[in-house]
Design a protein around this ligand. Structure first.
Ligand code: HEM
Length: 585
């Protein structure tokens, strides 16, 4: 997607488009310079004795391709043309002439796109035929998902959201687009949110590269391997509980958003680099956390204005607009966090390979054969883990604690389940004990439904052979996406969709369509690689939080209100107030 929405048009369409613009330019010019009554083709014919048009041509302003080629060929070869252009240059320099040309060009471009855009047959608001500016506007305001959802409510399961992009909520289409067969590849959107110096598993659009990354990186994040690192996760969860307890004792209130973010950051830091960022220990917000908190919003700017940001970054320009400067520097800054930590770990592996702390990259570092990653690829992937593996889990946990505290009946049932079915001592609780708790599982699923951490459309490109999706034909190269935000709010699948109702996931009520529509971790070959880690963290932290604070409620101190928890969704979801104050034991 680009602002004008033409970047993904097929070459042929684009050539036609440029041809039409040239036509309209010359047409407008003739309107301005004085042969409007006969039309510019007639005017041309009168001025040039050699016929400019093939005998079969009609007087349509947009002749077909053969006629166009013929026309430009003749025009270019005609000896009188240069003289005529020079004669009119004086008039062209007039401001009215320039304005007339511009209006003519823009109007004809708009009409052409409206009539011929690759998705012009798809339902959607009229302006989405012409521009993606409205979509970009909602995106920059953190409201894209809600806006696209409103379009679905108005236009149905298939809706055009930009000239070359459609969003769908059709279940059959979900199985076509997000399959393990890798037919619909990730769109260029993903290239815009990575560091141009290295690729990573999240952003790569190359099938072989993605397969290699996935093969080398998925093992340590599998359910069975994660058991080995559970003590690390557990130690951070315990420390987070301790720090929240201290806040309660000293301030009478705790900011679970802050502690959840510190916890998830320390977990992914230690699992990736063998050493935690010690956020829980310090308790202070540093530059790294500031960057983490702003990367979702800043990422939106990177995708909306990719050329501008790339230019500013490459030239090292400092602008008066801070958010633009941040957009240009934030991703390289994350890369340097990863480089520093990985170089340290690489030194340890070289010095004493048998005595290094295990990380998600240890195997890759130690591998001796060709099928491994070079340092630059490890950096790219480590950076992807830092971003994808902290905000997401932290925000999910924050919304979970907030939503449960706002529903005392849910909190009570959860606390009862945790008290009755777990060992008396918190120290004896393992993730294995928690997996089988049905109400805890339902609460987590309901939060992932209503407050998915990545609820936006996951854009994919229609393959070269085109595709029939949701009853419509999609041209090759157009972008299609589905967003968890809408999939999880379809009233036909999730009755009363805006209600927080964990019981909807109970075995007697859950349906096949619910499971099919549920996509908080994406789906198909690009499904989240960290989903088991995220679920382990969520289970342990939720259980230990409500064992420690069984009567927790949402605080009203410091004017904390529901408005603080209004979701802002850029690509990832963030609570608007960037805080969630909870109190009570
Ligand atoms: C509740 C927490 C999480 C949620 C809701 C979540 C959500 C998602 C979603 C929706 C995708 C698919 C994106 C797409 O198709 O464009 C994804 C991919 C990914 N996630 Fe997560 N994620 C979470 C936690 C984590 C964690 C803890 C990690 C740490 C390793 C992680 C690493 C990744 C990576 C590397 C990918 C790219 C996978 C690929 O393309 O093969 N995520 N995640």
């Amino acid at each position: 997607m680009s602002v004008l929405g033409i970047s993904t048009w097929r070459c042929q369409e684009y050539a036609e488009y440029v041809g039409a613009q040239l036509h309209s330019l010359i047409f407008s010019w003739h309107l301005v310079v004085g042969c409007p009554s006969a039309g510019y083709k007639d005017g041309m014919s009168q001025r040039f004795p050699t016929p400019l048009f093939p005998p079969s041509s009609n007087h349509s302003p947009y002749p077909n391709q053969t006629q166009q080629s013929f026309f430009y060929l003749k025009l270019a070869n005609h000896p009188g043309l240069t003289a005529m252009v020079l004669a009119h240059l004086r008039l062209l320099a007039h401001p009215f002439a320039i304005a007339g040309i511009l209006v003519g060009v823009l109007a004809s471009a708009a009409i052409y796109r409206a009539a011929r855009g690759p998705l012009s047959h798809i339902p959607g608001p009229w302006y989405s035929r012409l521009t993606s500016l409205v979509l970009v506007y909602h995106w920059l305001r953190g409201e894209r998902s809600a806006y696209v959802h409103r379009l679905h409510q108005k236009y149905g399961p298939v809706v055009r959201i930009a000239p070359d992009e459609a969003d769908l909520t059709d279940l059959a289409a979900k199985h076509q687009i997000y399959t393990v067969k890798e037919v619909f590849l990730k769109s260029i959107f993903y290239s815009r949110i990575r560091d141009p110096r290295n690729e990573n598993i999240f952003s790569t659009r190359s099938i072989p590269q993605h397969r290699q990354f996935r093969r080398l990186l998925s093992g340590p994040l599998s359910e069975s391997s994660l058991k080995l690192v559970e003590p690390i996760v557990r130690s951070k969860v315990d420390l987070a509980m301790q720090r929240m307890n201290e806040s309660m004792q000293t301030d009478g209130v705790m900011d679970v958003y802050k502690w959840a973010l510190f916890m998830a950051t320390d977990i992914i830091g230690e699992l990736t680099f063998g050493e935690s960022f010690r956020m829980l220990e310090s308790g202070k917000i540093n530059q790294y956390i500031v960057d983490l908190q702003s990367i979702a919003k800043i990422g939106g700017i990177n995708t909306a204005f990719p050329g501008l940001i790339k230019f500013i970054r490459s030239k090292g320009i400092w602008t008066p607009i801070d958010v633009i400067n941040q957009a240009a520097t934030i991703i390289p800054r994350f890369t340097s966090y990863a480089v520093q930590s990985l170089e340290r770990y690489q030194r340890l592996v070289k010095e004493d390979p048998d005595n290094v702390p295990q990380t998600l990259f240890t195997k890759v570092f130690k591998a001796k054969d060709d099928d491994t990653l070079d340092f630059n690829d490890i950096v790219g992937n480590a950076r992807a883990y830092l971003v994808a593996g902290s905000d997401t889990t932290a925000h999910t946990l924050t919304y979970l604690i907030w939503a449960v505290c706002k529903h005392p009946e849910v909190r009570q049932r959860l606390v009862d389940e945790l008290q009755k079915n777990l060992p008396a001592e918190n120290d004896d609780i393992t993730d294995h004990d928690l997996v089988s708790l049905p109400y805890l599982t339902s609460v987590i699923e309901e939060i992932l439904r209503l407050y998915s951490a990545a609820p936006s459309g996951l854009p994919r490109v229609v393959p070269p052979e085109g595709a029939e999706l949701g009853g419509y034909w999609f041209e090759p190269g157009t972008t299609v996406c589905m967003q968890a935000y809408s999939m999880h709010r379809d009233p036909a699948i999730f009755p009363n969709p805006n209600a927080f109702d964990p019981d909807r996931w109970s075995p007697s009520r859950v349906t096949k369509d619910m499971k099919d529509a549920f996509m908080p971790f994406g789906a198909g070959s690009r499904i989240c690689i960290g989903l088991h880690l995220a679920q382990t963290e969520l289970r342990l932290a939720t259980a230990l939080f409500f064992r420690t604070f069984p009567n927790a409620t949402v605080s009203t101190r410091e004017k904390m209100s529901d408005a603080d928890m209004d979701p802002k969704i850029y690509f990832l979801l963030t609570p608007k107030g960037k805080r969630c104050l909870i109190e009570g034991y």
